[in-house]
Design a protein around this ligand. Structure first.
Ligand SMILES: [Zn+2]
Length: 97
């Protein structure tokens, strides 16, 4: 099962850079692209409620994370809109004549 690439978030322990990269599922650390320090894999968090009272720095971080993922989703949607949904083969029953 080696070689399967998954999308994970990594955070640098030196410069706190947050990066979202495709790595093999067993990879938990990687060199930071900015400073060369240790970047460690973050545990995928489903959703963090800022009202839970975690310290502000952390909520900023998760906000940044969420925005990044939101962006990726918008990209996907935009791509879908451009190229149409994946069902051009069968035009359903709404061909009007
Ligand atoms: Zn770094």
């Amino acid at each position: 099962m080696a070689g399967k690439l998954l999308l994970f978030d990594f955070r640098c322990t030196e410069c706190a850079l947050l990066d979202c990269v495709l790595v093999q599922s067993e990879v938990t650390t990687r060199p930071c692209e900015t400073c060369g320090g240790d970047s460690i894999r973050l545990i995928p968090t489903p959703r963090i409620d800022p009202r839970l009272g975690i310290d502000p720095a952390f909520s900023t971080m998760s906000d940044k994370w969420a925005r990044k993922h939101e962006q990726a989703r918008h990209l996907d949607e935009a791509r879908e809109r451009e190229h149409g949904p994946d069902n051009w083969g069968h035009e359903g029953g709404n061909v009007g004549r």
